[in-house]
Design a protein around this ligand. Sequence first.
Ligand SMILES: Cc1cc2nc3c(=O)[nH]c(=O)nc-3n(C[C@H](O)[C@H](O)[C@H](O)COP(=O)(O)O)c2cc1C
Length: 322
Amino acid sequence: MEGVTDRTFRALVLQRNPPRCLGGVTSEFLRVLDRPRRPSEVQRHLWDGECPGEGEHGRPLGLQLMGSDAQALAHTAAAAVELGLRWIDLNFGCPARGAQRGRAGSAVLRDPHVLERLTAATVASVRAIRPRSEELWVSAKIRAGYDDADCIEQLAQAVEQGGADFLTIHCRTHAEHYSPQVDWTRIARAVACVSIPVCGNGGVGTHADLARMRNETGCALVMVGRAALADPWIFSGRSVACGEAARFLLDYARGMQATGASPRATAARLKQLLKVWRAGELLPSEEDRSQRLRERVPEALFAWLEELAEGSITERESRSHR
Ligand SMILES: Cc1cc2nc3c(=O)[nH]c(=O)nc-3n(C[C@H](O)[C@H](O)[C@H](O)COP(=O)(O)O)c2cc1C
């Protein structure tokens, strides 16, 4: 997720969830305008000197591209595959104003023909480099529609016609943005009308929801969005203790600083997570949460996590010390 699940976060989540529970991850989107992105830009978006073909922690790493210029998308995807990437994901779901202005993201859902054309151009360009027999996926992520979900079948079929290997469907429409209500029957409708695997997305809040979405919709895969920010163990369903939860955040902070982030920027990112964090009962009450969010000194935030991670204090004790 753009601005949140950066490379450091993804790596920590992969380390903590076994492959049978978490099959792979995609990057946040790389915006492609009217010219292809250079290989160096693709590389900067994804990894630091690692072999991209290996994926992160032995699991596929997808590069997500967002754009509306077929040639630029196709050339960027080809460059990424030349670099060793084995999974290109196309973002046709982003509702942000910037994306809409460029007729990209969910704006593409206004016309199934455009959706099919952009998908087909990308598939053709990467298949020219690696044939179907080789491990390589092109996937497309759509929403259930633009204003409403009436055309969901047409949209899902456009992705299939475009030659995508699988389809991810975020069950909200563009108009619904990130509304709390979700309608998973829309995912079932997409599953029923295509023969490629469908990955369901939208409104997964707990580990139990992963199986529930599969059972209710027949989707082959499930994608977790924001709930992974509250509990990075959601994929395996492990319930962690306070110290382990604090260790995650501390490792995240250290990882960010290792990539050059300032203490202030690191603390801001930590607070972004603490706003929604649930794992390990690190923040047993909303009052605890708001107190931590009000902390102005980055080092104080890091020291709190350090103490919890080392098990020297429990969260309850830490509150009585305040
Ligand atoms: C801040 C933020 C950034 C996001 N960035 C991306 C992105 O880069 N690519 C993408 O496919 N989806 C992105 N999404 C959408 C999520 O991946 C997901 O589809 C959406 O949140 C619905 O799933 P959920 O209800 O499980 O959160 C973003 C969502 C949020 C809130």
